[in-house]
Write a protein that binds this ligand. Structure first.
Ligand code: DX5
Ligand code: ZN
Length: 228
């Protein structure tokens, strides 16, 4: 299994964002998770397309390989702002279906802008939003906390939801990423992987540690137990 670790820069030092992004990539990050909050859909406010554009040149490996920027939109409405993130260098843009009046149209807007499109499911949001759009989705993001803040505790019900999302992906036969976000740490990442996740957002569990390399190595060692 090709697992991807996606550190959330929500927990990074914003005064040194470029350096933080470079450091966490040097430490082994596969994807940069970019949490956009609007103080409307969620009760917090973070950063927008201008910061995404500023981060883009830093999201590469030492050899110059591109590291995807995974934009998680916690904003309402979605359609006005989503294409701005594509222009700002996002590779994946995901949104919460409740925040869009026309989910199918929003997925199309994101893909037409050249990005992969994702749907995000809050703990109480049913997966039935996927019923008629599976062919338009490149990523499913299961929230294992209520969105808005880093450092919250993992909600165990997310495991069953991951299993159900995984079954839907297998049934579709499509290459859809299954991402999990919220409270993921070295001590639960193996269980989360067993439930079907392949892409793991971790904010405080990486940026809250002194040594990002050690934090990522410990998570990979846990994931290796799953594949073994
Ligand atoms: C929460 C965000 C998460 C957050 C995760 O609304 O979507 O991406 O950064 O933080 P941790 O890993 O600390 O739970
Ligand atoms: Zn997120």
């Amino acid at each position: 299994m090709n697992y991807r670790l996606a550190p959330s820069i929500l927990s990074a030092d914003f005064a040194r964002l470029g350096e933080e992004v470079r450091d966490v990539i040097a430490a082994g990050a596969d994807v940069i998770h970019f949490d956009v909050m609007d103080n409307h859909y969620v009760p917090n406010l973070t950063f927008g397309p201008m910061i995404c554009e500023a981060v883009r040149p830093h999201a590469k490996t030492a050899a110059g390989g591109k590291i995807p920027i995974d934009v998680h939109l916690m904003v309402k409405p979605v359609d006005r702002i989503a294409p701005d993130f594509a222009k700002a260098g996002a590779d994946i843009i995901s949104f919460h279906p409740e925040a869009s009046d026309h989910v199918d149209r929003t997925l199309g807007l994101i893909r037409d802008a050249g990005c992969k499109a994702g749907l995000v499911f809050n703990p109480a949001t049913p997966l039935s939003y996927l019923d008629y759009v599976m062919d338009k989705v490149d990523l499913i993001l299961i929230m294992s906390v209520n969105p808005g803040f880093g450092g919250q505790k993992f909600i165990p019900g997310a495991l069953q939801k991951l299993r159900e999302a995984k079954a839907r992906i297998e049934q579709s036969g499509r290459d859809i990423w299954l991402e999990v976000d919220g409270g993921v740490k070295a001590d639960n990442i193996a269980d989360v992987a067993r439930a079907g996740a392949d892409t793991f957002v971790a904010g405080s569990a990486i940026f809250g540690q002194g040594n990002y390399g050690d934090a990522i190595k410990t998570m990979r060692a846990e994931l290796a137990k799953v594949s073994a």
